[in-house]
Design a protein around this ligand. Structure first.
Ligand code: GDP
Length: 204
């Protein structure tokens, strides 16, 4: 898929105020500093579309972008930032939970993971939660340029082994990306396009 237009629509914390158009929607979420804004900018080929975080944990909003007048890309707040207060965490949990459970047009969540990190409880818990809610998700490993190709494979295998040890029988679809070296974006966009096509074909 070639991205011909990417338009910022709105930011809010209330799922009820998200755009009403029934376009297919894809959410991007992960720990603060995982490289989410950089990935969104790489995918859309627009440098400043998602604000790269000078201060992690700052943008606690649901951000909607309309892509190709055809689907929504949603930039969700980064989680797990140590300096976030308890109150902020509770607020975050509330509106994110509502977003995921109430947003009907959400077709897939992309959970971003720094390829150098072993599975973190916060990410594993979130995957389990998505799974129990029946929300399809994929893993997007970021910052692949930080590892040599051999080490990337090793890191992925280790990650998947730990997921299996934690009870995952099937590993979700996954993507290996680098925004610095422009890796993995085409595959991710092709995946989205495929879901869009199937979604529209299934509609009466
Ligand atoms: P966010 O908080 O998840 O939105 O993360 P940002 O996109 O703001 O990136 C956090 C930091 O990681 C910044 O210093 C980026 O320059 C860096 N970063 C993001 N993506 C990559 C990548 O693919 N490779 C490398 N080497 N650094 C990256």
């Amino acid at each position: 898929m070639k991205i011909t237009s990417a338009e910022f629509l709105c930011s809010n914390t209330d799922v009820g105020k998200c755009p009403a158009e029934p376009l297919p929607e894809y959410a991007f979420i992960g720990r603060s500093n995982v490289g989410k804004s950089s990935l969104i900018n790489m995918l859309t080929q627009r440098k400043g579309l998602a604000k790269t975080s000078g201060r992690p944990g700052k943008t606690q909003l649901i951000n909607h972008f309309k892509i190709n007048d055809n689907w929504f890309l949603v930039d969700l707040p980064g989680y797990g930032y140590a300096r976030t207060s308890k109150k902020d965490k509770a607020r975050f949990q509330k509106f994110i939970t509502r977003y995921f459970t109430e947003r009907k047009q959400l077709l897939n969540a992309f959970l971003l993971i720094d390829i150098r990190h072993a599975p973190l409880p916060i990410d594993l818990e979130f995957m389990e939660w998505l799974n129990t809610k029946g929300i399809p998700f994929s893993l997007v490993f970021t910052k692949a340029d930080k590892l040599k190709p051999g080490a990337r494979e090793e890191a992925l295998e280790k990650y998947f082994d730990q997921m299996r040890a934690g009870g995952w029988l099937e590993i979700p679809p996954c993507f290996v990306t680098s925004s610095s070296k422009t890796i993995g974006g085409d595959e991710l966009l092709a995946y989205i396009e495929n879901i869009n096509v199937n979604f529209r074909a299934a509609r009466p």
